[in-house]
Design a binder for this molecule. Structure first.
Ligand SMILES: [Ca+2]
Length: 374
């Protein structure tokens, strides 16, 4: 398998650049490793970049990886795909593309999700008085990218110190989707007139698509507390991760016009009128942010749970594979990389984590697969 070969080679390369922890890949971190399978050994992550400051999101401009930093407001590019011409990894090889103007980092807010379409970089950012989506033309070539003039795509999303949502991505329908949190005001999630506590769907220019479920509104689904991950299966099925309050974090199957319950229902509650999640986890073992679909699984980056969890796409309610528990610290994002691997962002430098050597890091791992495959 291509991915397996990539990861196996990664073990050697990581050891070549890291003096410690070669026997088991990266040095272990303090923390539980309760039954996690597949960690260490041939499954060891390949380091793409190090020294990131509170990174939040990864997006690909062609084959060039871009990273957002929440507090600095910087957009970084990974130079030469993270390796030199001879395949030698260039750990930490990132350069600044530009700084997004207007970012007012506060609490969980700042420069959050990013997405790329047709040479434009879309950013979800917290300003002093609102969250908004702003796009920029990406200028220049690999190793010398820049940002052109900003253009606001959607403004007026409520901002707060917590629960800003903030993930953006283009769906297979060519539309831009954005997750928004309740901003600490739960009832907003049930208010169709509020842009908070929702998943939004808009045209690349920020217009309302004619086939949105609520006429004239970018609201696509409602009843969300703090969703931070969205991804689509090949058949177009959309999934979203969501932070619950104290009891259940969620993985939801997203369908237009549906209500996912918050704050009237949390987790699998069976309340009529609300859609239950396909799977739920206790926040201490989860706290899910970015998700990606690659290799037959939905892979979920978990913050407080400090693990990568992969749910089999063929049966999203089935037991998940858990990897890297307690080894990498908090995980913020997961994306499907063009080379078939899964790239993940650690999140240990934003004040809530315990930074290890090189943190924060962008890592390539083997994509998740169903636990009972074969
Ligand atoms: Ca729910």
């Amino acid at each position: 398998m291509r991915a397996a070969g990539l990861v196996a080679r990664g073990v050697v390369l990581v050891c070549a650049v890291q003096l410690a922890g070669c026997a088991g890949g990266l040095p272990p971190r303090d923390g539980p490793s309760n039954g996690a399978i597949g960690s260490g050994g041939a499954d060891a992550p390949r380091t793409i970049a190090t020294g990131l400051e509170a990174p939040w999101s990864i997006a690909f401009h062609g084959e060039i990886a871009l990273i957002s930093e929440r507090d600095s407001g910087r957009i970084l590019e990974v130079v030469n795909g993270g390796s030199g011409d001879d395949g030698t990894p260039r750990s930490g090889a990132v350069r600044e593309v530009g700084t997004v103007p207007g970012v007012a980092a506060q609490g969980e807010g700042g420069l959050l999700g990013i997405a790329v379409r047709e040479g434009q970089l879309y950013t979800f950012l917290s300003a002093t008085d609102e969250n908004r989506i702003v796009r920029f033309p990406v200028t220049g070539d690999a190793g010398g990218l820049g940002l052109g003039d900003p253009e606001t795509v959607l403004a007026g999303i409520p901002v707060a110190a917590v629960h800003n949502g903030g993930r953006i991505a283009f769906g297979p329908d060519g539309m831009l989707y954005a997750t928004t949190g309740d901003g600490g005001v739960p009832q907003r999630a049930q208010d169709p007139a509020s842009l908070a506590g929702k998943i939004l769907r808009m045209t690349p220019d920020g217009g309302v698509p004619g086939d949105n479920p609520f006429a004239g509104s970018p609201v696509y689904t409602l009843g969300h507390r703090n969703p931070q991950g969205i991804a689509w299966a090949e058949d177009g099925t959309m999934y979203a991760s969501e932070f619950g309050q104290n009891t259940w974090d969620e993985l939801n199957l997203i369908e237009a016009g549906q209500n996912y319950g918050w704050p009237e229902a949390e987790g699998i509650a069976g309340v009529p009128g609300f859609v239950d999640p396909v799977q739920q986890w206790a926040p201490a073992e989860a706290s899910p942010s970015g998700i990606a679909i690659q290799g037959g699984a939905i892979s979920i980056a978990n913050l407080r749970g400090e693990r990568l969890r992969s749910v089999p796409l063929a049966d999203p309610g089935a037991t998940a594979v858990e990897r890297f528990a307690g080894e990498l610290g908090r995980l913020r994002d997961a994306v499907a990389a063009p080379d078939g691997s899964l790239w993940i962002l650690t999140n240990n430098t934003d004040g809530r984590g315990d930074p290890g050597p090189g943190d924060d890091r962008l890592l390539a791992v083997e994509p998740g697969s169903p636990p009972s495959a074969g």
